[in-house]
Design a binder for this molecule. Structure first.
Ligand code: IMP
Ligand code: MG
Length: 179
């Protein structure tokens, strides 16, 4: 795809190589027990399906939909669950799979919510982390890539629902990104 607004930041090859490493590491950290991967819709779908296939053990897959309101306007950032889990996580090891941690508002809220459901353990795996932008503390166990404060699209990440199906992670330059 030739789009003058896009600049490749992380190529598909690098993404796939890093996910294979993460899959091996995470499999080693959870040698036994029931492990639930919880994909945060929609951005993390590509990451979760590749990560699940890079794991050397059984995993359960589940999905959660979240929308965040008030971002940029109020620091409280109201969060709403738009699709809840299908499978109970009580007594299970939970790995929340996210595309990117930015302000931390979404995951800070979600971790509190999931803790109430009595999992045995809960950790976060994110493909991307923008630590400079953090407003709320979030403890992230597994990070694919730390990136600078730039707006990125591709490999699940969107701008206005566009660009999710790019193989590479690209910086969206120009006026679009500032909108
Ligand atoms: P936060 O950590 O609560 O600010 O929100 C993280 C969510 O914001 C992610 O799951 C993405 O959906 C979205 N997001 C943050 N930064 C970017 C980006 O650079 N590109 C695309 N979506 C982003
Ligand atoms: Mg998201």
């Amino acid at each position: 795809m030739t789009d003058p607004n896009l600049r490749v930041l992380i190529s598909s090859d690098r993404i796939q190589a890093r996910i294979r490493e993460m899959g091996e590491q995470i499999s080693g950290d959870y040698p036994s027990g029931r492990l639930h991967l919880i994909c945060i819709l929609k951005g993390a779908t590509f990451f979760m399906t590749d990560l699940a296939r890079a794991m050397k053990r059984d995993v359960f897959l589940d999905f959660m939909g979240i929308s965040t309101y008030g971002k940029g306007k109020t620091s409280s950032g109201e969060v709403k669950v738009t699709k809840d889990l299908d499978i109970s996580v009580e007594g299970a090891d939970v790995l929340v799979v996210e595309d990117i941690v930015d302000s931390g508002v979404t995951l800070n809220y979600l971790m509190q919510l999931l803790q109430q459901r009595k999992p045995r353990s809960i950790r976060i795996a994110t493909l991307l982390d923008k630590p400079e932008r953090r407003l709320r503390p979030v403890s992230v166990a597994y990070v694919g890539f730390r990136i600078p404060d730039e707006f990125v699209v591709g490999y699940g990440l969107d701008f206005d629902e566009k660009y999710r199906n790019l193989d590479d992670i690209c910086v969206l330059d120009g006026e679009l990104a500032a909108a």
